[in-house]
Design a protein around this ligand. Structure first.
Ligand code: UDX
Length: 437
């Protein structure tokens, strides 16, 4: 919404949320999420044509276009628990829109949602319309965290799905015109509603599949002496494969990949396609295996026991340049090491200590073996091993000679992101291991 406000000064954008603390944070100098470049954009447009408010009913009444951007977490209860999306927030927003609308509206699904959610929204709106007309569009977001501003400024594509009826086509055109303020027309793709919803799930499934594929090969590389980065480089030069998203790692995290694949698999099963479901689920299974394989490698290298050993975990966010920890591989690694009775010391440049505790052991629970350090040096001092779990740039320029001197010996290092120069670390005396090498 900040980007629309920036690029389309003629459009008034109001972000409404029931959560007053969150809205207050968006109105303050300290935004509630860390995203490089976002502060600058918000500072430029806030108060001009970008507004944050808790007045939900008023926001609905005043709007011509309503973007629905609520959470769609994986269900934790009942039918489809652990796999299906929980659509309660979508439903409640649809009901609020129907209640407060005072004229025709275009409703845009921005949340990642399973295919055919638009139908739910349409159904609720139609049953409560009081004579108003509503058009439902799907406009999934493809930005990645950490690079959101660049992704939004120059997107590979914008996808807009709508009904292929005169009313639907007109609504699609209205939204196309919003993006056309800065996105070249040929990058704006229009489709039917279901194709758009499906394309979002499938895009994430394909991206995640590439990571699981290269991660599966990383295990084979470790067994055979091939180097997975060299293999990735060699196959990526084939223009049919391409070089991106082939970085072997401790595993993918983030709020989208796992959730979307599980949704996709759930849909497949619902529609009687268990083989297709199993195919995509294997991407998530491989990712889980990779995370645990990383922890197992640490334990086996440290003479099969890490009990009471100090392990420094560098990085906790699911990737660099974000403070987002959702589904971060660091969670699994920390839990595995704690289960082996290691003393785990985490350092992350952006994630607060209380969040690290909450993610690993749960809210309000105690785990004295888990501590948080305020620098990589503090985390590594006295440690038996270092595990790099997030690819933060600052880890590349650490003074590893100093770190090595302050560790227990032999000093082990496990680079879960393949960002460090392992041969150099070995000359400094580290027993250094990477993923797939
Ligand atoms: C992803 C999609 O890229 C984006 O289009 C969609 O809108 C939301 O989901 P995001 O989760 O923010 O974005 O980050 P992304 O850069 O895709 O990384 C996801 C995870 O995969 C991270 O944990 C990252 O470290 C990991 N990854 C990525 C790898 O392990 N190897 C790679 O080659 C690329």
């Amino acid at each position: 919404m900040a980007m629309i406000a920036l690029k389309a000064p003629g459009i008034q954008v109001t972000v409404v949320d029931l959560n007053a603390a969150r809205i207050a944070a968006w109105n303050s100098g300290d935004l509630p999420i860390y995203e490089p470049g976002l502060d600058e954009v918000v500072r430029q447009v806030r108060g001009r044509n970008l507004h944050f408010s808790t007045a939900v009913a008023e926001g609905i009444r005043d709007a011509d276009i309503i973007f629905v951007s609520v959470n769609t977490p994986t269900k934790t209860y009942g039918v489809g628990a652990g796999r299906a999306a929980d659509l309660r927030y979508i439903e409640s927003v649809a009901r609020s829109i129907a209640e407060h609308a005072n004229g025709p509206k275009i409703i845009v699904e921005k949340s990642t949602i399973p295919v055919k959610t638009a139908e739910t929204i349409k159904d609720i709106l139609a049953a409560n319309s009081r004579g108003h007309t509503f058009q439902v569009l799907s406009n999934p977001e493809f930005l990645a965290e950490g690079t959101a501003i660049a992704d939004l400024t120059a997107p590979d594509r914008v996808l807009i799905g709508g009904e292929r009826t005169p009313g639907g086509e007109a609504a699609i055109q209205t939204l196309v015109d919003v993006y056309a303020n800065w996105v070249p027309r040929e990058r704006i793709i229009t489709t039917n509603l279901w194709s758009s919803e499906m394309a979002k799930l499938v895009a994430n499934a394909f991206l995640a599949q590439r990571i699981s594929s290269i991660n599966s090969i990383s295990a084979l590389c470790e067994a055979t002496g091939a180097d997975v980065d060299e293999v990735a480089h060699a196959i990526g030069r084939d223009s049919r494969i391409g070089p991106k998203f082939l970085k072997a790692s401790v595993g993918f995290g983030g709020s989208c990949f796992q959730k979307d694949i599980l949704n996709l698999a759930y849909l497949c099963e619902h529609f009687g396609l268990p083989e297709v479901a199993a195919y995509w689920e294997s991407v998530v299974r491989m990712n889980d295996w990779q995370k645990h394989r990383f922890s197992r490698r640490i334990v086996s290298s440290l003479y099969n026991t890490v009990a009471e050993k100090r392990i420094a975990v560098l990085g906790f966010a699911f990737k660099k340049d974000t403070n987002d920890t959702r589904e971060s591989p660091a969670i699994a690694v920390c839990r595995d090491l704690l289960a082996e009775q290691a003393r785990v010391v985490v350092y992350d440049p952006k994630v607060p200590a209380h969040e690290i505790h909450e993610e690993v052991v749960g809210k309000g629970k105690q785990e004295p073996r888990l501590t948080v350090a305020s620098s990589a040096y503090e985390a590594a001092a006295g440690a038996h091993a270092i595990a790099v779990v997030t690819e933060w740039d600052e880890f590349k320029t650490l003074d590893f000679a100093r770190i090595q001197a302050e560790m227990k010996h032999p000093a082990f290092l496990f680079d879960g992101r393949n960002i460090l120069d392992l041969p150099r670390l070995r000359t400094l005396g580290f027993r250094a291991h990477g993923i797939g090498k």
